[in-house]
Design a protein around this ligand. Structure first.
Ligand SMILES: Cc1ncc(COP(=O)(O)O)c(C=O)c1O
Length: 424
C-alpha cells in the first residue's frame, strides 16, 4: 500500500525505510538467541570485546551530573556561545590560531552531525540540485538529500592507483556541476570514512582543496561550499588534517575566493560516545564575517523550523569537560585507548585477509573496513550462513570493526575467503 489509504501525500509515498543494516542485525540477534556462536559486524557503534557499548565515562558522567537548569531550559537556538567555541576547537584543533589569523569562523550547535548535514542541504544549494559526494558513502546521506529535494552526483572513491583520492574524477564532477548550478555543495566524509575506513593522505587533501579553490576562482558567480563530514575524525591518525592542509595552503599564499566557504560537520556521537545525546554542530570558515553572519542567520531559521533548538545539557557537559584540564585529559586518554582498540582490530583483520587473498579496500582509521564487490548481498548472505554477520551496501560489504573483537578476525577472514570462492 503505497499511500496508506490516501493518508500519505504523493511525495511522501515514495519514502521507503528498509534499512539493510537493521535487517542484518535482527538476523544476527535471532541466531544468537537460538544459541549460535555469532560474530556481529553489523553495528555502527563502538563496542567492547564483550559486546557492550564502549563508553567514554568522563563525558557521559558529565551529562548525568547536569543540573536541573541545563536539563530543563532551552538552549539558545544556535547553541551556547562556549559550546560554539568548542565546536571550532574540535574542527580545527591546533591549527585554529593560524587559520583565524586569515579568516573568520562561525559555529552553530545541531542535534548531532546529522543536523549539520541538514543545514547545508537546506541552505547551500537550490532544491532540484545535486550535491557532490564519493560513490561510496554513508547511506543516510540519501535521506538528507531526499528531504531537501536534492540528488547526488558521485565521483569514484579511489583514484586509478586504487589507493587514494580520484582528483580527476572529482574535478570532472565539479566541472559538470558548476556548468549547471549557481551553488555547488560537496560532502566529503574524511578522515576515517564510513563505510571504508579510508583516510585521505595530505597530498590528496591538498589536491582536492586546490581543485575547489580553482573552480571557485574560475566561476566567480557560483557559490562553492566544501563540507568536511568529520563524524569519525577524532579516531583518526590525523584528526585535524583538513585544517592542517588549509593552513598549509594559506601559508603558501592561497587566494581565498569570496564565493568559497569551508565547513566542518562536527559530531560528538562517536568521539564522546554520546550517540543518543544528539550533540554536534556546523563550523564554517570564510574571510568575511558579514557573509558568515548572513549564512548562519539562514541556518538558524532552518534549525528553528526543523528541530526547534538543540539539547542544552549535552552542550554544557561538553563545555565542562573541555574547560577542565583534568577531565579533558581523562576524556582524551579514553579516546586514545578506544582508538588503539580499533587499530588493533584493523591490523588483525588486514593481516588475516591479506593472508587469504581477500582484497579489502585501503582502510586506515575509524569504525569500518570494506570489501568492494558487485554481489555484496550474496557475499553477506554466505557469511551469515556461517554466522558472521556483515552488511551489504551499494558496491560492497561493510565490516564493522567497531563491533567485533580482535580475536574474531581470523574467523571473519576465513568466512570471507570462502564466500568469495563460492560467490565468485
Ligand atoms: C558519515 C557519518 N556522518 C554523520 C553522521 C552523523 O552522526 P550523528 O548525527 O549521530 O552525529 C554519521 C553517523 O553515523 C556518519 O556515519
Amino acid at each position: 500500500m503505497d499511500d496508506a489509504n490516501g493518508l500519505l501525500s504523493p511525495s511522501a509515498s515514495t519514502k521507503r525505510g528498509r534499512d539493510p543494516i537493521f535487517a542484518m542485525l535482527s538476523k544476527c540477534q535471532a541466531a544468537a538467541a537460538a544459541g549460535a556462536d555469532v560474530v556481529n559486524g553489523t553495528i555502527g557503534a563502538l563496542l567492547e570485546d564483550d559486546g557492550s557499548l564502549a563508553i567514554n565515562a568522563t563525558y557521559v558522567d558529565a551529562i548525568k551530573a547536569s543540573n536541573a537548569l541545563d536539563v530543563a531550559a532551552y538552549s539558545p537556538l544556535s547553541g551556547l556561545p562556549d559550546f560554539n567555541d568548542l565546536l571550532v576547537e574540535l574542527a580545527l584543533g591546533p591549527e585554529r590560531p593560524t587559520l583565524l589569523r586569515h579568516v573568520e569562523a562561525r559555529a552553530m550547535a545541531t542535534p548531532g552531525g546529522g543536523g549539520a548535514l541538514r543545514l547545508t542541504a537546506a541552505n547551500l544549494v537550490q532544491p532540484g540540485s545535486v550535491v557532490l559526494m564519493r560513490d561510496r558513502h554513508w547511506g543516510p546521506y540519501l535521506g538528507f538529500l531526499g528531504e531537501a529535494g536534492l540528488q547526488r552526483r558521485t565521483w569514484p572513491l579511489l583514484g586509478p592507483n586504487g589507493n587514494d583520492a580520484d582528483v580527476a574524477g572529482f574535478s570532472a564532477a565539479l566541472n559538470a556541476t558548476v556548468a549547471e548550478q549557481t551553488q555547488v555543495l560537496v560532502w566529503l566524509n574524511d578522515p576515517a570514512h564510513n563505510p571504508t575506513g579510508l583516510s585521505l593522505c595530505a597530498e590528496s587533501r591538498a589536491d582536492l582543496l586546490e581543485a575547489v579553490v580553482h573552480s571557485a576562482l574560475e566561476h566567480p558567480n557560483v557559490g562553492h561550499s566544501l563540507m568536511i563530514d568529520a563524524a569519525y575524525t577524532l579516531y583518526a591518525e590525523e584528526p585535524h588534517g583538513w585544517a592542517t592542509t588549509l593552513a598549509g595552503s594559506m601559508d603558501a599564499g592561497m587566494m581565498w575566493p569570496e564565493n568559497l566557504m569551508l565547513l566542518w560537520a562536527v559530531s560528538l556521537s562517536k568521539s564522546h560516545t554520546a550517540y543518543g545525546a544528539r550533540c554536534g554542530g556546523l563550523v564554517a570558515l570564510h574571510p568575511e564575517g558579514e557573509a558568515l553572519d548572513r549564512v548562519y542567520e539562514a541556518f538558524a531559521v532552518t534549525g528553528r523550523g526543523t528541530w526547534s533548538g538543540p539539547p542544552r545539557a549535552p552542550q554544557t557537559a561538553a563545555i565542562g569537560v573541555h574547560q577542565d584540564a583534568e577531565q579533558a585529559a581523562a576524556w582524551g586518554q579514553r579516546l586514545d585507548d578506544l582508538t588503539e582498540v580499533l587499530a588493533r582490530r584493523r591490523t588483525a583483520l588486514v593481516a588475516a585477509t591479506e593472508a587469504r587473498n581477500v582484497p579489502l579496500n585501503p582502510t586506515h582509521d575509524g569504525f569500518f573496513a570494506w570489501l568492494e564487490h558487485e554481489r555484496a548481498s550474496d557475499i553477506v548472505d554466505f557469511c551469515a550462513s556461517r554466522h558472521v554477520y556483515l552488511v551489504a551496501l551499494d558496491g560492497g560489504v561493510r565490516i564493522g570493526l567497531c563491533a567485533m573483537p580482535e580475536s574474531c578476525m581470523e574467523r571473519v577472514a576465513d568466512v570471507m575467503a570462502e564466500a568469495l570462492e563460492v560467490v565468485g
